[in-house]
Design a protein around this ligand. Structure first.
Ligand code: NAD
Ligand code: MG
Length: 471
């Protein structure tokens, strides 16, 4: 290790208020109950957030309905597009502020919020702004659904908001969105951006709160569509609640992706892809490459190189521009990661982490790799959603496919090989919504994203993403 000077991004650019209301019908209104959002890197309380109850959700849905019927569905599509372009430009203009705010509330490294999340958020709005007046090239006779109820998780708070709101508005729907309870601040900043863009009141409504608020929203009889991103467990509950109501539903759920390295792969590049696959965003990534499948003949060499690389990862202050791995998002998530890692120890897998000093306050977990993992181990089957990699080996391509597909999930996979024909052979057999070849975690708004099996259904992004918001 070598010494380096801390290079923290200044947080002066963000103005966090002591308290926030709900964003309903274009105005901020207080609620009866409140909860706190904290900075997971310091446990500092950042703000008091309003908790929407069912009466608040009622008002938000009514505002969205009124805006849908009186304004948004009546606007020419090219006018809707102008609002989306305007929102995209404001996001770009305020991107440094939004990146800092995201890192403070979520714990992710500023390098990632600045260079990955925010550019993708703006790109998503630009992309769907472009579709708004061209919908008939995507589907025949495009008509909006009405009011969309949208519930999102905490791992990419503003990006998940963009994935939900941009296509919904482009297609002529209005929305009520509930951000996750640990990361409401960028969604509330987005509410301000809607005002700044002069978006008609009620087109976007933001109701903050936890699971009960989410439940009140998805079960509300006044919405036409539910879009949910989060855990498979909650996704199942929502699917049950929505069944038979006539509401449209898309679910983006968990994952347990295989990152598959063949013996002919360029190993140093594969190591970068493995590190990006599991340590990006502390492994709080639904499509994280959380299972490394490595061909037996190169396993030892690859693991040596991986450990050498892991020893250079810097864990710490999310606002430091040198930081590679930030804070775990919450105490509850940290407890879950610890519990599953403990299960790995108990089941006989071998745990390794590089020496690294973790800060005293806040929620932290060192980058970790488990070798000697068997298919039956919990760490090979369950989503850990943290910086923990499980390594399995294989001998033949057929065995790699079988092991990769031996999971209840089917969101993503990575293949590392020099052979183009093998990439295609693998991609045809992997049951995953996205297969990356010689890269990982590459996103573009033009490319659809979504899962098979317990990873959910429906696609976000691209032309396919429009179908979820059109009749
Ligand atoms: P979670 O399911 O606990 O929470 C997600 C959201 O649902 C939160 O806003 C939460 O408040 C809300 N919620 C909780 N209970 C609810 C209920 N009964 N009804 C309605 N809403 C409810 O998930 P999480 O722990 O916040 O997020 C992590 C999970 O999200 C992981 O499993 C991850 O794989 C998944 N995820 C999937 C994708 C994807 O695109 N497939 C993307 C990001 C995260
Ligand atoms: Mg927070």
């Amino acid at each position: 290790m070598f010494e380096y000077a801390p290079a923290p991004e200044s947080r002066d650019i963000v103005d966090i208020k002591p308290a926030y209301g709900l964003f309903i019908d274009g105005a901020f209104t207080d609620a009866n109950n409140h909860f706190k959002t904290v900075n997971p890197a310091s446990e500092e309380v950042l703000a008091e957030i309003s908790e929407a109850d069912s009466a608040d959700v009622d008002r938000a849905v009514a505002a969205a309905r009124k805006a849908y019927e009186n304004v948004w569905s009546k606007l020419p599509a090219a006018e809707r597009a102008k609002y989306l372009f305007r929102i995209a430009r404001i996001i770009q203009e305020r991107s440094r502020e939004l990146a800092v705010l995201e890192s403070i509330d979520n714990g992710k490294p500023i390098r990632e919020s600045r260079d990955v999340d925010l550019p993708l958020v703006a790109a998503h709005f630009f992309y769907y702004a472009g579709w708004a007046d061209k919908l008939e090239y995507a589907v025949a006779d495009p008509r909006p659904l009405g009011v969309a109820g949208q519930v999102i998780p905490w791992n990419f708070p503003l990006l998940m908001l963009a994935w939900k709101i941009a296509p919904a508005l482009a297609c002529g729907n209005t929305v009520v969105l509930k951000p996750a309870e640990t990361t409401p601040l960028t969604a509330l900043a987005f509410a301000e951006i809607c005002r700044q863009a002069d978006l008609p009141p009620g087109v976007v409504n933001i109701v903050t709160g936890a699971g009960e608020t989410g439940r009140a929203l998805v079960e509300h009889p006044g919405i036409d569509k539910v879009a949910f991103t989060g855990s498979t467990e909650v996704g199942r509950q929502i699917a049950r609640a929505v069944a038979g109501t006539g509401k449209r539903l898309t679910l983006e759920l968990g994952g347990k992706a295989a990152n598959i390295v063949f013996d002919d792969a360029p190993l140093d590049q594969a190591v970068e892809g493995i590190v990006n696959g599991i340590f990006f965003n502390q492994g709080h990534v639904c499509c994280a490459g959380s299972r490394l499948l490595v061909q037996e003949s190169v396993a030892e060499e690859l693991l040596d190189r991986l450990k050498t690389r892991m020893a250079t990862l810097r864990v710490g202050d999310p606002l430091d521009k040198n930081t590679d791995v930030g804070a775990i998002n919450s105490a509850a998530q940290l407890a879950k990661i610890r519990e599953l890692s403990q299960a790995g120890d108990n089941e006989g897998a071998v745990r390794w982490s590089p020496p690294c000093e973790l800060p005293d306050r806040g929620f932290w977990f060192a980058p970790t790799v488990f070798t000697g993992v068997a298919q039956s181990h919990r760490i090979a089957r369950e989503e850990i959603f943290g910086p923990v990699l499980s390594v399995l080996t294989f001998r033949t391509p057929q065995e790699a496919v079988e092991k990769a597909n031996n999971t209840p999930y089917g969101l993503s996979a990575g293949v590392w090989t020099e052979k183009g024909s093998r990439i295609l052979w693998m991609a045809q057999r992997l049951r995953a919504g996205v297969v990356w070849a010689n890269t990982f975690n590459k996103f573009d708004p033009a490319s659809p994203f979504g899962g098979y099996k317990e990873s959910g259904f429906g696609r976000e992004g691209g032309r396919h993403g429009l179908e979820a918001y059109l009749r």
